[in-house]
Ligand binder design. Structure first.
Ligand SMILES: O=P(O)(O)OC[C@@H](O)[C@@H](O)c1c[nH]c2ccccc12
Length: 266
């Protein structure tokens, strides 16, 4: 039976084929020449305080529509004002309502490193991310075999970007570590069923060696949640829904950073 992840990826591949026929790869590669320089997100993630990657997300397969977001750059600026270490922009269209145009808008107005959040399955998407000014891309281990994973990871590094390598099981964490990933995200949401369980991070973080930056992703809605994953070893959290649905996202971010940084203030 096909999982939600399989269905999402089938749509992503269709949309990708359309873009590839409109803009051949050599044109995308030529666009990289004029793209802004890549920003390195790792120093901020390695800082003693809890870092937050704040997500621009209009809708999701689990919740449907979350927020209108007529101006993604305006929202990203509010995130930056609250202390975001990086901004995640969902570019998947069918289920998340995003686009590369959103990425462009945010890139023009915000100085923080930007994650192009999509279901990366082909090198084309990585060139495209770089051409549109992304600094990080997402690699979902559950969606890729080891050969694809290592090819896509290597290309990301060659283009000067950072890969956020996302896992949901101890076996996927083992594969991410074997790849040499320096930034690993534990998704508390199972992309095959969409169930969220905050204890996933706690269960998997211990299997990720020191030196790797650990990100707790999904289902983090409050300062208490931020404190919980920080106590379990998260250097950063990735938050979408709780911020796009909050009237004062900047204040919500500041409260999460404060609650999640108590452990680091020894
Ligand atoms: O909105 P939330 O529950 O705060 O989650 C944000 C982020 O973790 C989530 O959007 C996400 C994590 N991994 C993904 C992979 C693809 C699309 C989306 C995601």
């Amino acid at each position: 039976m096909s999982t939600v992840l399989d269905q999402i990826i089938a749509g992503v591949r269709d949309d990708l084929a359309d873009r590839q026929s409109q803009t051949p790869l050599d044109q995308v590669i030529a666009q990289i020449e004029t793209a802004p320089a890549v920003r390195d997100p790792m120093p901020a993630f390695r800082a003693p305080q809890l870092s937050i990657i704040c997500e621009v997300k209009r809708s999701s397969p689990s919740k449907g529509s979350l927020a209108e977001i007529s101006d993604p750059a305006e929202l990203a600026l509010a995130y930056a004002g609250g202390g975001a270490a990086a901004i995640s922009v969902l570019t998947e269209q069918r289920r998340f309502g995003g686009s590369l145009a959103d990425l462009d808008l945010v890139r023009w107005r915000v100085d923080q490193p930007i994650l192009r959040k999509d279901f990366t399955v082909e090198p084309y998407q990585i060139y495209e991310a770089r051409a549109h000014g992304a600094d990080l891309i997402l690699l979902i281990v559950a969606a890729l075999d080891d050969k694809q994973l290592s090819r896509l990871h290597q290309l990301t590094t060659e283009l000067g970007m950072t890969a956020l390598v996302e896992v949901h099981t101890p076996e996927e964490a083992r594969r991410a570590v074997a790849l040499g990933a320096e930034l690993i995200g534990v998704n508390n949401r199972n992309l095959k069923t969409l169930d969220v369980d905050l204890s996933m991070f706690e269960r998997i973080a211990g299997a990720i060696p020191d030196g790797v930056v650990k990100v707790a992703e999904s289902g983090i809605k409050s300062p208490a949640h931020a404190a919980r994953v920080s106590a379990a070893g998260a250097h950063a959290i990735l938050v979408g829904e709780a911020l796009v649905t909050d009237a004062h996202p900047g204040a919500a971010i500041a409260a999460m950073i404060a609650a999640g940084s108590i452990n680091s203030q020894e």
